[in-house]
Ligand binder design. Structure first.
Ligand SMILES: NC(=O)c1ccc[n+]([C@@H]2O[C@H](COP(=O)([O-])OP(=O)(O)OC[C@H]3O[C@@H](n4cnc5c(N)ncnc54)[C@H](OP(=O)(O)O)[C@@H]3O)[C@@H](O)[C@H]2O)c1
Length: 240
């Protein structure tokens, strides 16, 4: 039977590359692309659905647009914010900490994905392997934090990693086939990474297509014991 997948944040560089990769995969029957701003072509393999992950009602109404008996083999959450090209920028120092910016980054990077979990988990397939993957970041690892800075982004991803672990523990009781993971996509060319591109060594800035291909390989190789863990694009496990 062909697989059913959902990409949340399909308008982003990585979300779009993951969507395109899956659209070209013959084992996939339908790709549901959820985003705020993606209004691409639709056919019997691809459906575009509006979602604003900062709005719980929008998450609920997005699910009203898929058949109620849908069972996902893969839910891939590719949303996220590091800066907005305006007032939000990663904090270099304590003096840069600002309540509104903190709230926004944690809303998009932690609370939104948590609500996606809340409402999409009931749609996960139970009779064979299903994967719920969230794009996280290496800087969310506390043991890997040697540089400091980036208060809101780091903390939002650390908290997301904890939520992923919690989902894995609770859902294991009712769905032994479901695997929850965080993924570190590498440093990938996108709106999000643009201000930092110049600091990346040549060859270390991935195309979204390469990162998507590698992360989908990681997903294909997952076992139930991997649930709750964070993996890099090359399959390396990232310690909390
Ligand atoms: N690029 C990297 O080097 C890198 C490294 C480590 C981790 N990551 C993680 O990878 C993820 C994707 O990043 P990217 O590089 O692909 O960045 P991107 O191109 O800027 O994509 C970000 C996506 O998030 C979506 N989004 C933001 N707020 C949203 C909201 N309220 N509702 C719905 N969608 C929302 C954006 O949608 P709109 O188009 O509607 O704004 C866009 O689709 C992020 O979680 C990021 O932390 C990236």
């Amino acid at each position: 039977m062909k697989k059913t997948v959902a990409i949340i944040g399909s308008s982003g560089a990585i979300g779009n590359a993951v969507s395109e990769n899956l659209l070209n995969d013959d084992s996939i029957g339908i790709v549901y692309k959820f985003s705020r701003s993606n209004h691409g072509e639709e056919n019997n393999k691809v459906k575009n659905i509006f979602i604003d992950i900062e709005d719980e009602k929008s998450i609920l109404s997005s699910l009203e647009q898929i058949p109620s008996d849908t069972k996902f083999d893969l839910v891939f959450v590719a949303t996220g914010i590091l800066h907005n090209d305006k007032e939000i920028f990663p904090e270099k120092s304590i003096k840069d900490i600002d309540i509104e910016k903190l709230k926004k980054v944690i809303l998009v990077n932690t609370i939104g994905p948590t609500l996606i979990g809340k409402y999409f988990i009931p749609y996960l397939k139970k009779d064979n392997k299903s994967v719920f993957a969230f794009l996280s970041a290496r800087v969310g690892s506390i043991s890997d934090n040697n540089l400091g800075g980036w208060y809101s982004y780091r903390a939002s991803k650390t908290a997301l990693n904890q939520i992923i672990k919690n989902f894995s523990i609770e859902v294991r009781r009712t769905n032994k086939e479901a695997i929850f993971i965080g993924l570190q996509p590498g440093t990938v060319k996108s709106f999000l990474s643009k201000p930092f591109e110049k600091n990346i060594k040549p060859g270390n800035l991935f195309t979204p297509e390469y990162s998507a291909e590698k992360m989908l390989q990681v997903i294909n190789g997952l076992h139930p014991d991997d649930s709750g863990k964070i993996f890099a694009w090359n399959g390396e496990e990232i310690q909390p």
